[in-house]
Ligand binder design. Sequence first.
Ligand code: ATP
Ligand code: MG
Length: 180
Amino acid sequence: MYLKALEIQGFKSFPEKTVLSFGEDITAIVGPNGSGKSNISDAIRWVMGEQSTRALRGGKMEDVIFGGTARRKQLGFAEVSLVLDNADRMFQVEESEVMVTRRYYRSGESEYYINRRSVRLKDVNELFMDTGLGREGYSIIGQGKIDEILSVKSADRREVFEEAAGISRFRHRKEEAERK
Ligand code: ATP
Ligand code: MG
């Protein structure tokens, strides 16, 4: 499993459709201050289902949509697609590639797709659960995350280990059943 490509359109500082193709040998993204490096990691977080605007370095969800510049009008929606290799069937879909897409409109409407099939946020969360990726995963270590892991409550720390052990889906199912 590896990251194959990221397609960004209308997200933060990317008004035009931008395709980043990651070979297996890309290890870093460099660029001047303010050029959009962190916006790329925000896009990855966001397409994997991040709901916290603070984690996305914004105040409200609308802040992820390209807000316009002196020369360019603001856009009406943001769209990000993440393409992952699935040759080893780490993800529970039939295809050997997984494309997850998230679209968000200024009206507040959200859309999620897995391999172009319309799905719910819950399906995106389940796709990534126990893979170490996704909202509760540890594949993206932001500033302060290490401190958080070291200092948070032991129950929260256990969640990190449950995710690594591949058993968090069982806790989620149990909690879901108990809510019903
Ligand atoms: P640094 O090296 O300082 O960490 P960086 O490459 O990580 O910089 P980013 O934080 O990714 O830079 O990009 C910041 C730029 O993105 C700013 O110029 C900001 O105005 C722009 N930006 C953020 N959100 C939006 C938005 N919704 N619309 C347009 N531009 C945006
Ligand atoms: Mg940055």
